[in-house]
Design a protein around this ligand. Sequence first.
Ligand code: FAD
Length: 234
Amino acid sequence: MERQVRVEVLKEIPVLDHGFVKLVDFMGGDMAVVQAARVSFGKGVTEPERDRKLLEFLLANRHETPFEHALFKFHIKCPIFVARQWFRHRIASYNEISGRYATMKEEFCLPEALRTQKAKNYKYETMVEPDNSQLKEKISLFYQKAYELYQELLEKGVAREHARIVLPLSLYTQFYWTINSRAMMNFLSLRLDDHAQGEIRQYAEAIGGIFAEYMPWTSSAFNRFVVLGEKWAD
Ligand SMILES: Cc1cc2nc3c(=O)[nH]c(=O)nc-3n(C[C@H](O)[C@H](O)[C@H](O)COP(=O)(O)OP(=O)(O)OC[C@H]3O[C@@H](n4cnc5c(N)ncnc54)[C@H](O)[C@@H]3O)c2cc1C
């Protein structure tokens, strides 16, 4: 029998200049959370109103293990400097493209507007023109030179694992990321926050949108009880 792996893109959101968030698989959902919680009583789902109330109770009172039964599998493309922050989130599974086995593409992240070091409460200012355009032009030339050198090293027989050392952190990488909804809420609470770097925040916003679409009850309870800090009222 022919063996096949089905990779269906359920949702795709472009992020930054060359990146994306693609949802490629999903398991469970709000009802899987309810069902996992009710197994304690040997019961399953009941009426929608009671089910939703139970789910909200769980999240508001930090009974979070039932949320581990809903899983999202993403294909992510982001710059390496974003991936370095992303990979700190240990409660997830990762598989990344290898610069040892694949030739890296000429795709670098160039922010639309450079931020200045001046910031108040993590709200950064934007570099004024014409400095912004002039510096971006220089960065762009640097990327071009770096990639030319990468190609030259490869052509001269240098191994991919060594040639890649000339490529900057702005280079795009790709990885699969499988995460349960509990760990995803932890990711979102940290990376949607104002303290997070703007670039990873854009990815978090895309993921937050997919979360809201696929787990509307959990996403709305997350906003109320985690993001806004609402207290549970009996
Ligand atoms: C704005 C911002 C700035 C940051 N700056 C820095 C920085 O300057 N330097 C730096 O090194 N990191 C920095 N980080 C990364 C940060 O310290 C965390 O590594 C990252 O946010 C992942 O969070 P996490 O551990 O909660 O997630 P996960 O690794 O996904 O873990 C999820 C949860 O599982 C539990 N857990 C996982 N592993 C353990 C463990 N070993 N022991 C006990 N409990 C565990 C914890 O409850 C944890 O919250 C920054 C993060 C943010 C959001």
